[in-house]
Design a protein around this ligand. Sequence first.
Ligand code: HEC
Length: 135
Amino acid sequence: MHRARVFVQRNYSRRYWLLFSLLIAANMTVHAAGFPQPSPGLMPNPAKGKVLYNQNCASCHGADLKGSDKGPPFLHRVYEPSHHADLAFQLAVKNGSRAHHWQFGDMKPVPGLNPDDVAHMTTYVRSEQRKVGIK
Ligand code: HEC
């Protein structure tokens, strides 16, 4: 009886310890993976973002953000923040993106942009989305 209880308790605490370690390991992995992140304290600027967007993204996603024959529109519910968070923009620019929503093919990484540039562009896209009620 007594022995069984000790066993159960030990087993439990071991399990919690394992869970706890796993959580820490997962957390470290996320940081070590080095997700592209804008500088702390950056104030993303939509006007700056618009310029960068027009130079780097408009050829496919459209100068009016309505897409082209090479890429999808951002003024579309698929790209609302709850479905494609800002990190999706960082990752798409850095790593490219496999076609999965549309038939345009894959997006290649876009070189020459840092995470701050992407944050400016994302703010621009978000402000245009809000104008047409995509929130
Ligand atoms: C050569 C064409 C092209 C250019 C240039 C381009 N994209 Fe894309 N982009 C695509 C295509 C194609 C997709 C894939 C759509 C799909 O899911 O089928 C895509 C997808 C995306 C996605 C969605 C990723 C996801 O997680 O689903 C984001 C965000 C994105 N692009 C941002 C950008 C930004 C920001 C730029 C400019 C820095 C840019 N793209 C430049 C063609 C392009």
